[in-house]
Each structure stands twice: as structure tokens, then as C-alpha cells.
Design a protein around this ligand. Structure first.
Ligand SMILES: [Zn+2]
Length: 286
């Protein structure tokens, strides 16, 4: 008898509000057991200092505790300055000042990881749209710092980038190698389309849990995650997948192809172990 399968969303955002708690409650009700909670800006302006990021990271930890207490879902915080924040900081200050804020916030996030308050640095990387050559160079500088902090903290790096083809994965893989970051610590979040492992050059994809992507990934024996990138944004309802998507996919598979359900041990058990050193088991519910 295999142990009961945990049900894991590897990348979601929540806010300190009722809608977020309701989404997490629904995730738990449908069988969700573990959630990787990525930080986000909770202000109605861009974060502008290390202190802003400290407050933001503390909010993420507080949301994680609330969700754990109220829903029984186990929550793993993932912290970093969001790469796109840098563009606003550069406009309000200067590009050099923006780089300084970003690197300082990365060092701070690394400290949270080493204190075991967070499990990874994320999201880091670069804007998912083209930026000026100067900003491109600044993003590369910040990404190199992120790779260094992840290596020093012994943790995974969760990357936000444009959609990647084989060449893009190869480039990330080479960047990590250059910074001596082990490849099992390099995760491409929001992988929207399935690419076979041979084209991913050792980078670990976190696939967006659209049905066709899940189906394609199920026959992939390498390491991968599933995520929704859920973002409780009242301005953009339905912009990303609902937080109950991963448990719904599990239910759908149980109904339609029960012989394939055990394949989900890859994203829900083996990938958390290999990438994060986490042993995920299903908590006993009252
Ligand atoms: Zn995200």
C-alpha cells in the first residue's frame, strides 16, 4: 500500500484578506494539503526600500501562519524582491539605486531562508517583457546576486522569466553552473507549455496546471512541479488559475484515469524531496 498522496500547489500568492482565506479553505476542502506561498507586493505602491521588503516578507509569513491555523494546509513561504519591482524603483530613483535595493532585499530573503522561515528565494529573474538594454544589464546583475545568495543559503531559486524555449532553459542552466548553483536548485516557475526533459537542460519546471499540460507531464519521469500562480487580485479576476485547480486535477484523474494517479508522486513527493529536502506527508485531519 502506497502512503496517501499529498496534493501540492507549488506556486501561489495570497493576501491578508477574506478572499484569500476562502480560496485556501476551498483548496483544503478539495484535498489540497501543501502550498508554496510566494511573496508579493501588498502595498498600493511599489516597494522602495529594504524596510518595505522586510514588511512585505513579514506579511507573507503572517499569511502563511493564518492559513495553516485556519485550514490545516501546510504552507512554505518563498521570498524575494519581485524582478519587475526594479523597473519602478529605477524610475523613481535611479537604476543603480534600484539594483542596490534588489540586492539588499535578496540578502534579506537569504537570511529568512537560513533562519528556516522560508524555503526558497523567489520569484527572481527578469521581467517577462522586453526592457531597455540598461535595465537588461541591471536584471542580469541582480540575477547573478540571486544565484549567489541561493548558493550561500543552500536553497532553491524560483525563477520568473519570459516563456522559455530549449535555448532559454539552456541559458539558465549555464548561468546556474557559472554561479555554482546545483541544478536541482534551479526552478522555472510558470512553465506554461510542456517541454520534454531533454530540452530543459536540468532546470526544474513548475508547470502551470492547465489540463493539457498536466496530461503531457504525467509521462515525464524527471522532476517537475504543478502550480496555479494563483493571485488574489480583485482587478484581474480569472487572470490566473483558481487555487483549487491542483486538487481538481487530481480528482479528475482519479475519475478518468485512476491508473495514472500514482504518477503524481513526482510533483507532490519526489520533487519536494529532491529540490527542497522536504518530506511531504498527508497530515491527519480531525
Ligand atoms: Zn508568482
Amino acid at each position: 500500500m502506497m502512503p496517501e498522496l499529498p496534493v501540492v500547489d507549488h506556486h501561489a500568492h495570497l493576501r491578508e484578506d477574506r478572499a484569500s482565506l476562502e480560496a485556501a479553505t476551498q483548496f483544503a476542502r478539495l484535498g489540497g494539503t501543501h502550498l508554496f506561498l510566494a511573496t508579493q507586493n501588498y502595498l498600493n505602491r511599489g516597494p522602495d526600500s529594504i524596510e518595505d521588503y522586510r514588511a512585505q516578507f513579514e506579511t507573507t509569513l503572517s499569511i502563511a501562519r493564518t492559513v495553516e491555523r485556519e485550514t490545516g494546509v501546510r504552507v512554505f513561504p518563498v521570498l524575494a524582491p519581485y524582478p519587475v519591482d526594479m523597473l519602478g524603483q529605477a524610475e523613481r530613483h535611479s537604476l543603480a539605486a534600484a539594483v542596490e535595493i534588489q540586492v539588499g532585499a535578496l540578502e534579506l530573503a537569504g537570511r529568512y531562508v537560513r533562519e528556516r522561515k522560508a524555503v526558497a528565494l523567489g520569484e527572481v529573474g527578469r521581467a517577462h517583457f522586453p526592457v531597455s538594454p540598461e535595465a537588461t544589464a541591471a536584471q542580469a546583475e541582480v540575477l547573478a546576486a540571486a544565484i549567489r545568495v541561493a548558493r550561500e543559503s543552500g536553497c532553491p531559486l524560483v525563477l520568473h522569466t519570459e516563456d522559455l524555449d530549449e535555448h532559454g532553459y539552456e541559458e539558465l542552466s549555464a548561468l546556474a553552473a557559472k554561479g555554482s548553483l546545483p541544478l536541482n536548485h534551479v526552478v522555472k516557475h510558470y512553465a506554461r507549455t510542456y517541454l520534454p526533459a531533454v530540452q530543459r537542460h536540468g532546470v526544474i519546471p513548475s508547470f502551470l496546471a492547465k489540463r493539457e499540460t498536466v496530461v503531457a507531464a504525467l509521462s515525464d519521469p524527471s522532476t517537475w512541479f504543478l502550480e496555479t500562480d494563483y493571485l488574489a487580485d480583485p482587478e484581474r479576476p480569472g487572470a490566473v488559475l483558481a487555487l483549487d485547480t491542483v486538487p481538481r486535477r487530481v480528482e479528475w484523474l482519479r475519475r478518468t484515469q485512476p491508473e495514472l494517479v500514482e504518477r503524481l508522486r513526482i510533483p507532490f513527493v519526489e520533487a519536494p524531496r529532491k529540490v527542497y529536502g522536504l518530506e511531504l506527508t498527508v497530515p491527519k485531519r480531525p
